[in-house]
Design a protein around this ligand. Structure first.
Ligand SMILES: C[S@@+](CC[C@H](N)C(=O)[O-])C[C@H]1O[C@@H](n2cnc3c(N)ncnc32)[C@H](O)[C@@H]1O
Length: 226
């Protein structure tokens, strides 16, 4: 079910209305993003399913973590919604790097940076002790340089995953938004989970828009942002 966005029957089509902002929309981002006006978002900061069959110790899983069908349409929409010259910073699952790259390139993104977040703990121990998260920096066209740029090796703190099975630390996200989104700009996260990226956006004075499929996680995000 899509959320209560304005419909064409209410008057002008959604795409002609001011961009919806400072909200969490519960629903499928593949259905919601096409209803939003293109070229209106200043930054995408997102943490999509890693497509790795994730299951934590409590048995919690992540929706759409079992298929890649959403990858190309989702990144195509993120690209359309971004303003020219702006960035999408996206976490990704390294076991599916080829599928993520194919989706980013098909959407039109330029791949302009890679971030490594260093954990002080191992999230799993098999062949290796897994002690980092990673994200790519994607540009729509030519993104302006910033001074000083951020280091691409970043600190990370453990959240305890109390609010979401793959909850990201707000403090690790804030510098990304502060550096790469203009003051007062709009940050979109179409895979919002418990809303960590949107809390970060609000804490550094940016507007935000989150989309989350799972009703329970959408409620958590709304509560955090209340
Ligand atoms: C890796 S989690 C994000 C966790 C988030 N960064 C946090 O700190 O809580 C990815 C989220 O995407 C959501 N999701 C999966 N498919 C979706 C879709 N088609 N539309 C919207 N959300 C979706 C999942 O329910 C999940 O909460």
């Amino acid at each position: 079910m899509s959320p209560a966005l304005p419909r064409a029957a209410d008057g002008p089509s959604v795409c002609q209305r001011p961009f919806v902002q400072n909200r969490i929309l519960q629903g499928n981002c593949l259905e919601i993003m096409p209803r939003l006006r293109g070229g209106s978002v200043d930054m995408v900061l997102t943490d999509p399913p890693y497509v790795c069959g994730y299951r934590d110790r409590l048995g919690r899983t992540v929706a759409n973590d079992d298929n890649t069908d959403w990858l190309k349409p989702a990144y195509a929409e993120m690209y359309r919604l971004l303003k020219p010259g702006s960035l999408c910073i996206t976490f990704y699952g390294w076991t599916q790097t080829d599928a993520f790259f194919a989706a980013w390139r098909a959407a039109g993104f330029r791949i302009v940076g890679h971030l490594v977040f260093c954990k002080e703990y191992a999230s799993s121990e098999r062949l290796l002790r897994c002690m980092h998260e990673s994200a790519y920096v994607l540009a729509k066209g030519n993104a302006p340089w910033v001074a000083p740029p951020l280091s691409d090796v970043r600190p990370w703190t453990y959240t305890g995953n109390r609010l979401h099975p793959t909850q990201k630390p707000v403090e690790s996200l804030k510098p990304l938004i502060d550096t790469y989104c203009s003051p007062g700009g709009l940050v979109l996260d179409p895979f919002a989970g418990s809303g960590s990226s949107l809390v970060a956006a609000r804490e550094v004075g940016r507007r935000y828009l989150g989309i989350e499929l799972d009703p329970a996680h959408a409620t958590t995000a709304k509560q955090r942002l209340r």
